[in-house]
Design a binder for this molecule. Structure first.
Ligand code: NAD
Ligand code: ZN
Length: 260
């Protein structure tokens, strides 16, 4: 049996024995659907900007049109993308293993579109705009689709229908708090989990990056699926040097062989 297949077998055995399973995904989960991770988003026209500088309340205050344009471009990329087999495996596992809790740092909707029903979004959604002043939610159709190869440099965010504010992206920016209910559910799932699958996250963005450590401290077996080593690789139980799509497909194959 090849080494990757052996790892898949070990992970599948852990999963089938788990009473509570947490899956935490990051931008690498969507990379094989063609959605850039944060670092890759710095290529092309946007090379002149650091995305991290665009994902803050300060950036919004400084230049709303620049930030709105960037998020319209990101939403357009996601609208054009399709979930890959790894997203679909997670949706099937969610139905098969009742104790699976899926938590994502992603602001795309690919887990939902693949069929996952209960997804905790720690960092909000590209498709949930709301007023920057009164907080009222607006429909996703107010986010215009823009060419994905030539994003506009600036776009005016729509005015709020209820006050003098503007609609802002419904994502959690750096220096903002996570949605309280989502964070509480994710923390509870981490502490309860026997097994954690950590997929496609660099482990640099806190507090989400603290979840695997909390799970480890409570006794969980934590597996990282990532073709690169990360800030967390040496702190967890097993680093699996593989992309999300292949690794998840392999896990599902072994679970089927084990009859789970
Ligand atoms: P990140 O960009 O910091 O890290 C991405 C990680 O994915 C890297 O460690 C990389 O090695 C790994 N990766 C790349 N291809 C992979 C593959 N095929 N399979 C598995 N792993 C792969 O992203 P992050 O850790 O999620 O954190 C940064 C923040 O970026 C998050 O808060 C998130 O909100 C935001 N973000 C989200 C999206 C999205 O919704 N799709 C896209 C970009 C950024
Ligand atoms: Zn308003």
């Amino acid at each position: 049996m090849s080494a990757p297949s052996r790892i898949a077998e070990v992970v599948a055995a852990r999963l089938s024995a788990a009473r509570n399973l947490l899956v935490l995904t990051g931008a690498g989960m969507s990379a094989e659907s063609g959605v850039p991770t944060f670092r890759e988003a710095q290529t092309g026209l946007w090379a002149q900007f650091n995305p991290l500088d665009l994902a803050t309340p300060d950036a919004w205050m400084r230049d709303r049109e620049l930030v709105w344009a960037w998020y319209c471009w990101r939403a357009s990329l996601v609208r054009r993308a399709e979930p890959h087999e790894g997203h679909r495996v997670l949706a099937r596992l969610g139905k098969r293993l009742s104790a699976l809790q899926l938590v994502t740092q992603n602001v795309d909707d690919l887990h939902h579109r693949a069929g996952s029903e209960d997804v905790i979004h720690l960092h909000g959604s590209l498709f949930a705009p709301r007023c920057d002043t009164c907080g009222v939610a607006a429909e996703a159709h107010v986010i215009p689709s823009v060419p994905i190869d030539g994003p506009p440099q600036r776009l005016t965010p729509p005015a709020c229908a209820h006050c003098a504010g503007h609609l802002r992206p419904g994502v959690v920016w750096f220096n903002e708090s996570l949605p309280e209910h989502a964070w509480r559910r994710a923390s509870d799932a981490a502490i309860k989990a026997d097994v954690v699958l950590l997929i496609g996250t660099s482990g640099l963005v806190y507090p989400a990056a603290g979840l695997p450590g909390a799970a480890m401290a409570a006794g969980a077996f934590v597996v990282e699926i990532n073709p690169q080593e990360t800030a967390l690789s040496r702190t967890i139980s097993l680093h699996w040097n593989e992309g999300a799509r292949v690794a998840l497909s392999e896990i599902e194959r072994h679970l089927s062989q084990q009859g789970t």
